[in-house]
Write a protein that binds this ligand. Sequence first.
Ligand SMILES: NC(=O)c1ccc[n+]([C@@H]2O[C@H](COP(=O)([O-])OP(=O)(O)OC[C@H]3O[C@@H](n4cnc5c(N)ncnc54)[C@H](OP(=O)(O)O)[C@@H]3O)[C@@H](O)[C@H]2O)c1
Length: 366
Amino acid sequence: MALQFQAALNLRSAPAIHKKALKKWNLTIRAQTATTTPEIRQDKTEQKKTLRKGNVIVTGASSGLGLATAKALAETGEWHIIMACRNFLKAERAAKSVGIAKENYTTIHLDLASLESVRQFVENFRNSNMPLDVLVCNAAVYLPTAKQPSFTAEGFELSVGTNHLGHFLLSRLLLEDLKKSDYPSKRLIIVGSITGNTNTLAGNVPPKANLGDLRGLASGLNGGNSSPMIDGGDFDGAKAHKDSKVCNMLTMQEFHRRYHEETGITFASLYPGCIATTGLFREHIPLFRLLFPPFQKYITKGYVSEEEAGKRLAQVVSDPNLTKSGVYWSWNSNSSSFENQLSKEASDAEKALKLWEISERLVGLA
Ligand SMILES: NC(=O)c1ccc[n+]([C@@H]2O[C@H](COP(=O)([O-])OP(=O)(O)OC[C@H]3O[C@@H](n4cnc5c(N)ncnc54)[C@H](OP(=O)(O)O)[C@@H]3O)[C@@H](O)[C@H]2O)c1
């Protein structure tokens, strides 16, 4: 069952139901062809303006996709990476292990499972006097085998509390810093996933993402006098993760609607592909962890290496062709980027607004 579920996650290029649309995209998005290394702005006017390195905050840069992205960006020599991580020592070791030179990164402590820590992170970052040009909300937890919910410092179910609410507060606070940046292309990127999109085969494997009418979230998501699930249902760790990814994609679009025109900031989300080897699957049963990578490599052929996925996210950070705002990026089997379509729920503007308003109340912004 678990394998079936994960196999479905990894539709090699795009789900069959999107084949027609993909054909069209391939014709219309040739200008967005992926490159093997992230390009740094080449536009002449932009080049003139870019006198300094870009500063990018990457949450969860201590492993998997975040680390691979930090490495890809550092290798261009054009970016300084702020590794926003909950385990300082692990982050330092990770940076060293992939050869990121000391002058190309700064580690600042961030535990997304604590709103207090998020606020402290923002204060520490501001005290560093570094400008902020790009924010990448990448960190996540996935608890597919948990029988009981766990909770954040403020008592929210852990997956949604970390992946959505922690990032929601972080990005709302840092929006002010992004606005101040003089960098040619300012971006706020929230990593999404195919698993939250029920318009794909993968997204249709139970338990499906479903925020319902958000009654669980509205009543605090605390598992005490409210359900630990956004839709008010019984706890399901796999669903909680998928729900949190829907929140990530809805939040990106609400940011776009509210702030793109006024600020010029590019808001984007993406599905980097299935990266079968990352720590995201650390809570899965050992047999699954053993078989999942070769299954993806040799059976579904949907395997994406951490290195390749890191280059994809680095591309969304820095590629001058990917400045369109409000977009959910994906890549086809030739590693060419295209604007993918979100599911009905993950693109529901009314739900995005409701999620925004409830979330700002929960994190203390309203
Ligand atoms: N792997 C895939 O196939 C896949 C597919 C689609 C989307 N994604 C998305 O890609 C992103 C990265 O996942 P990954 O696969 O790279 O997983 P990963 O290797 O487990 O990385 C997750 C990162 O998040 C950090 N993190 C977890 N809880 C945190 C907290 N409370 N505060 C701060 N940081 C925290 C982890 O820190 P520690 O190192 O301290 O544990 C780690 O650095 C996630 O948003 C995930 O949904 C992954």
